[in-house]
Ligand binder design. Structure first.
Ligand SMILES: O=C(O)[C@H](O)[C@@H](O)[C@H](O)[C@H](O)COP(=O)(O)O
Length: 241
């Protein structure tokens, strides 16, 4: 990974979620105007979204300046239980006063995964106000990502053409998982002031060690961000228990 990640160790999954939620709440609070958060799917961030959508934290945040995006999505309807949007909707979005126009989900109602990817690229470019990314002006304030057991992140899986896509902002991934996926590409994920990887559980221990050793065969290791990269792992994932 470039730059070298900052690694934070949380006690357990609950502590990890608390830290990330507070970190995100602080980013939202200090942002002068709009703040663009790029969300991930997976089981690890769900508790973070619940905290941000909860009574305690959710009501204190200025949701009027928050814009939500997704790093990847399954090509399923928006209310499908496997939808990353649906997970964030249930855990957080439906509980908070964020304007609907600021929730930029991946449009899986488009006729095909390719069309959904093309439409989402347009959404991102229109938000950014340009079709070319400027390293000095990141698209996202924060990108949340996970680490899959095979080293994937977002829906960038080992050995797929999506890893080499540098031109399109979003792409479709077909034939790797039972359902097609749509994923932002490296240049777009990397256009973030801060990237935060959430890694929890003993089953992630080996793969996290390989990422930290910069194994180039792993999509996660190949992330080369413009801003900072932080990995928040719990003790089980970090091999400290
Ligand atoms: O939609 C998804 O599933 C993801 O975007 C994916 O990249 C995920 O972040 C990792 O597979 C880790 O998932 P866990 O948090 O469930 O371990």
């Amino acid at each position: 990974m470039t730059p070298e990640p900052i690694v934070d160790i949380a006690d357990d999954a609950g502590d990890l979620a608390d830290r990330v939620a507070i970190w995100l709440a602080t980013r939202i609070a200090v942002a002068p105007a709009r703040v663009a958060l790029n969300l991930s799917g997976g089981s690890t961030p769900k508790r973070v979204y619940e905290l941000l959508g909860g009574e305690d934290l959710g009501r204190r945040l200025d949701w009027g300046k928050v814009h939500l995006f997704w790093g990847d999505e399954r090509f399923v309807p928006k209310d499908h239980e496997d939808s990353n949007f649906h997970m964030a909707w249930e855990a957080m979005i439906r509980h908070v006063p964020i304007p609907a126009a600021q929730v930029h989900r991946i449009p899986t109602e488009a006729g095909s995964p390719e069309k959904a990817a093309a439409l989402y690229s347009e959404t991102l470019q229109s938000f950014y106000g340009a079709r070319t990314l400027d390293p000095q002006r990141p698209l996202f304030d924060v990108t949340l990502l996970g680490l899959g057991a095979d080293g994937h992140t977002a829906s960038l899986f080992p050995g797929t053409a999506a890893l080499n896509e540098r031109k399109a902002w979003a792409t479709s991934i077909i034939g790797v998982k039972p359902e097609p996926r749509i994923s932002l590409t490296y240049p777009v994920l990397e256009s973030s002031a801060a990237i935060l990887f959430l890694v929890s559980g003993a089953e992630k221990r080996d793969i996290l060690a390989r990422v930290l050793a910069n194994d180039p065969s792993l999509p996660t290791s190949r992330m080369a961000a413009h801003g900072t990269i932080r990995i928040i792992a719990d003790r089980a994932a970090a091999g400290e228990t």
